[in-house]
Ligand binder design. Structure first.
Ligand code: 25A
Ligand code: L14
Length: 346
């Protein structure tokens, strides 16, 4: 087993890439070397890694010689273009973009949900969408106990999902509006300050957004294809942390007390549910944390077997960087940092 890996972070200058470097350092990932790659725009700039700084290099087809593991968060088109070259040079890819998630050759993995799917990887492992990750970490133990039949979810998603340009747009609009100045919109089609936009990613032919369909399709791929899922994804003026109102219908009855016990024991979950003390999960508290926070757990009195809950996590950490690093750790533990067929994606 390889004990120490040559690692590349691709898209290292982005909001997620920076968090990946931070997470690798915090968790003492056994890296023999770290290479930071991004577009030509950022080549020569520096990014922090622990107490050090790494100089960013431009990502090219030849960047992966001598690299064992590449963690990508450079957007879908860069992943489509460069991940096949990485695999061809014997490098295992963990990809945070939407490029490979629904490809049958690529496992889509949340370590708390379906780590066994890593066994059959072909060189590219996809990291799910942030909204799906936090929902499934919380729903997995409930599905195992009572079989979920249907999920109705509405999300309240932070602007950091759009990277630095989303964070900048909310901050600039808030400042300008407070100073009675006109605002401009560029990251989003409408004003995001003091507003809610029922629109994340692009609209599809079926009138849903791509973000909403990711939650449906990724739940089927990772948890169970028999669960009926419907989603509404909303951008809200929050910097870090996605919140979700989730309603489930189960085959077997689960009381709210039973659900609370199951969730309290579940890996990666922290129950915050004491309404009398005004305690429930909040995005501002989840920011910077690793756990998925669950609260407002209560029985849906409109059906026989139903539960409502409120699920919150840091979208950049468990929703992206942390989950990707946990996948890398799981690969290493299982001795799966190897490419069975380097030509698979060429
Ligand atoms: O939907 P898709 O297509 O699958 O896209 C997913 C993208 O959404 C973002 C993330 O972009 C991801 O790449 N995202 C946010 N949250 C997510 C989540 N939970 C999430 N994705 C999944 N799950 P991002 O903005 O975080 O980073 C994009 C990175 O990709 C680099 N890049 C783009 N094209 C590239 C490329 N790298 C190589 N080759 C290409 N062809 C991009 O690099 C960035 O690193 P860059 O050189 O364009 O850098 C952009 C400049 O932005 C500044 N900056 C960004 N974040 C910060 C920052 N500065 C300070 N602090 C920051 N936090 C820098 O100045 C940098 O130079
Ligand atoms: O599919 O909040 O991973 O803007 C992650 C960020 C989709 C959009 C993905 C956001 C993207 C999402």
């Amino acid at each position: 087993m390889k004990k120490s890996l040559h690692v590349a972070v691709c898209g290292a200058t982005g909001a997620v890439g920076r968090e990946m470097l931070k997470t690798l350092a915090q968790r003492n990932f056994p890296a023999a070397s770290i290479t930071a790659l991004a577009s030509s725009r950022s080549a020569g700039t520096k990014v922090p890694y622990g107490d050090d700084e790494i100089t960013v290099k431009e990502m090219t087809k030849d960047s992966f010689k001598g690299i064992d593991l590449a963690i990508f968060s450079a957007g879908g088109s860069a992943s489509k273009e460069f991940a096949p070259y990485a695999v061809a040079s014997g490098c295992v890819v963990v990809d945070n973009s939407s490029a490979w998630r629904m490809d049958d050759r690529c496992p889509l993995v949340v370590p708390e949900v379906n780590p066994e799917d890593l066994e059959k990887h072909n060189g590219i492992i996809a990291n799910p969408n942030c909204s799906t990750i936090q929902m499934l970490v919380a729903l997995k133990p409930l599905h195992d106990a009572a079989t979920i039949k249907r999920i109705v979810v509405s999300t309240y998603q932070a602007v950091s999902g759009t990277g630095k340009k989303g964070l900048d747009e909310l901050e600039t609009q808030v400042r300008r509006l407070f100073n009675m100045q006109d605002i401009e919109t560029s990251a989003y089609p409408h004003q995001i300050a003091f507003n809610c936009l029922p629109h994340i990613d692009v609209f599809m032919d079926n009138e849903y957004t791509k973000e909403e369909m990711k939650m449906v399709n990724e739940t089927h791929k990772m948890l169970d294809p028999n669960i009926r899922v419907t989603a509404t994804c909303v951008r809200v003026p929050v910097f870090y942390g996605h919140s979700e109102s989730v309603n489930i219908e189960t085959e077997k009855k689960l009381t709210s007390a039973q659900a609370r016990v199951l969730l309290a024991q579940a890996p990666g979950v922290q129950v915050v549910d004491n309404p009398r003390a005004n305690l429930y999960p909040l995005a501002v508290n989840a920011a910077g944390e690793d756990e998925v926070f669950v609260g407002r757990i209560r029985e849906d009195e409109s059906i026989e077997n139903g539960l409502n809950m409120w699920i919150v996590a840091d979208n950049i950490r468990k929703g992206a960087a942390l989950n990707a690093v946990q996948i890398a750790e799981a690969l290493l533990e299982r001795d799966l940092v190897r490419v069975p067929n380097p030509d698979m994606f060429m």
